[in-house]
Design a protein around this ligand. Structure first.
Ligand code: GLU
Length: 547
């Protein structure tokens, strides 16, 4: 076969040579040991935790080493592409503060190693496809669906491995004249790799997460260019990662099966392959067994879920680090206040078999994290979330920021801060009773206090509440009131002699709490009343009496 003639026949319009292209992608001038990593998602509209895990890993590897982290859009599969898919990718990564140094952007793409969208690179792939044809490493295949089906049936009958390889590869040795004829009559074709691999031969490979492994050589004549001239992932990623100088590819371990193809492609093209980190999918406990998180059953797999629920970005990142690097929690205990970026991330500490994702643990991490934030920070982040998800509450929350911040300040800064808020969605329910517009009391009083006593407590409290009291004077009044109405002013007195009392000071406080806040669960009542102010407290007590 005259490979040069075949290459010319297949790619008459390719004028540039591989060397010319290589010259457009010079080595990056980076410090020694700097890593160049990328995210290369397809714009399918579904961004999931796996994408985020890979992105955090890739971002850390690059930025910890003074390298480059870029975004490439793998849009070769137009059937799976959705409108707005690219914007969704960019905004998802953006919201988790993953800053790309170069690559695809919402309005403009930036960087010297583009184009960063694969469809815009079609001409480049053709140059290297032509090179493979010239070297006898690729050929056109005109197989129809029927021919492929027939091949599968015969393979099944012979109990042979499925696929297009070896003796089954119908067009592998097709003559130039037949090819010419088929091209002339406009028959569609794909470009296939002419594989010389033999799966009975194994080669050694070290994945930076999975460790050392032995892989069989690839013998499949896989498709490099589809019939529309657009490359497959296998071919495109090899060309792109070589030209863009990617040093480390971080991706899902669904690509392990075709890793032999990728290594082979780099070899055939005469290039060094990048290092690979294959990340196993996240698992979750289902009863007593583990299973992969699934798009259908687990809403928490989708990245959108975290913003919808109102998880602080820091909580999600903090939790992801605990499952990404086994030594993170220990580091966090030793460095409780350090920014997460100071943690030294290493591929060696990643789980080879799929980390367990536990939303209860994420909630716990989040509660702790929010409890340690300043009131100002809580206000800013809650307001930001409400502006996007709850405009009614946003208006109230931001009407008087000082008022809202004083609510968030309750119990904050203490050694054991209150842990009421897990997600920003909780904020409304936590503090709605502070706003008259949302005050919707459920008057559930302690059952051991009679209606008469309850009314008496509220009436008398109206006359003695003094907003100038400090916390102990405030509580002394409630204790005194308890004593006057036949309730033990101290719980221990009640416990020692329950028959002598109607109840204890806790019951009296609870009546006041329910009357003022409309609920049994609320932050410290002294603080609540101080923030509500004397007029509102008086109104609330009146309202409770009328109810
Ligand atoms: N487009 C591929 C995917 O979304 C990218 C894999 C890779 O990062 O190389 O799975």
């Amino acid at each position: 076969m005259d490979n040069l003639a075949l290459a010319q026949l297949l790619f008459p319009d390719v004028a540039d040579t591989p060397d010319q292209i290589e010259a457009r992608y010079p080595d990056r001038s980076l410090p020694d040991g700097a890593r160049v990593t990328r995210m290369a998602p397809s714009p399918t509209g579904f961004m999931h935790l796996g994408n985020l895990l890979a992105a955090v890993t890739a971002e850390r590897l690059a930025h910890q080493s003074g390298g480059v982290f870029f975004l490439r859009i793998e849009d070769t599969d137009q059937k799976r592409e959705v409108e707005g898919g690219v914007e969704a990718i960019i905004s998802a990564f953006d919201s988790f503060r993953l800053n790309f140094d170069e690559g695809a952007g919402v309005s403009v793409d930036t960087g010297n190693y583009g184009p960063y969208r694969q469809r815009q690179r079609a001409g480049i792939y053709h140059i290297f496809a032509k090179k493979l044809v010239e070297a006898g490493c690729a050929y056109p295949c005109f197989c129809t669906e029927a021919e492929l089906e027939d091949m599968r049936n015969r393979q099944s009958a012979e109990k042979a491995n499925f696929g297009y390889y070896g003796k089954w590869a119908l067009y592998r040795d097709c003559g130039l004249d037949v090819i010419h004829e088929k091209l002339n009559s406009g028959e569609p074709y794909v470009l296939r790799l002419r594989s010389s691999g033999d799966p009975s031969r194994k080669f050694r490979f070290t994945d930076l997460v999975k460790g050392k492994m032995e892989l069989p050589e690839n013998d499949m004549d896989i498709v490099l260019l589809k019939s529309d001239g657009i490359p497959t992932y296998h071919f495109a990623h090899a060309v792109d990662d070589h030209l863009m100088k990617t040093t480390h590819v971080v991706r899902g371990d669904e690509w392990l099966a075709t890793l032999p193809v990728h290594v082979q492609l780099f070899e055939m093209l005469g290039w060094k392959h990048p290092e690979y980190l294959h990340i196993a999918p996240l698992m979750k406990m289902d009863g007593s067994s583990k299973r992969k998180l699934s798009k259908r059953h687990d809403p928490e797999l989708a990245l959108d879920y975290y913003d919808e629920q109102g998880y602080p970005v820091d909580s999600v990142l903090e939790y992801l680090f605990t499952i990404l690097n086994s030594n993170f929690e220990q580091w966090r205990t030793q460095n409780p206040l350090s920014p997460i970026g100071e943690f030294e991330f290493t591929a060696a500490k990643m789980s080879a078999s799929g980390a367990l994702f536990d939303i209860a643990k994420l909630n716990d991490v989040s509660k702790n994290l929010v409890s340690r934030m300043t009131a100002d920070r809580v206000f800013d982040q809650a307001a930001d979330w409400c502006s996007r998800h709850d405009s009614e509450f946003h208006a109230l929350l931001t009407l008087d920021p000082a008022y809202s911040k004083s609510i968030f300040a309750i119990g904050r800064g203490a050694a054991k801060p209150r842990r009421d808020i897990t997600v920003w969605r909780d904020v409304r329910g936590y503090m709605d009773f502070f706003f008259d517009e949302l005050f919707c009391p459920e008057y559930e009083y302690p059952t051991n206090v009679s209606e008469d006593d309850r009314k008496e407590i509220i009436k008398r409290y109206q006359t003695i509440y003094n907003s100038a009291d400090d916390q102990s004077a405030w509580f002394d009044r409630i204790k005194a009131l308890a004593g006057e109405l036949g309730f033990a002013p101290e719980t221990k007195l009640y416990k020692a002699d329950p028959d002598s009392y109607k109840g204890h000071v806790g019951d009296v406080s609870m009546v006041i709490r329910v009357a003022v806040s409309g609920r049994q669960n609320s932050p410290d009542m002294f603080d609540v009343m101080r923030i509500l102010g004397p007029e509102r407290v008086a109104e609330r007590l009146n309202k409770a009496l009328m109810a």
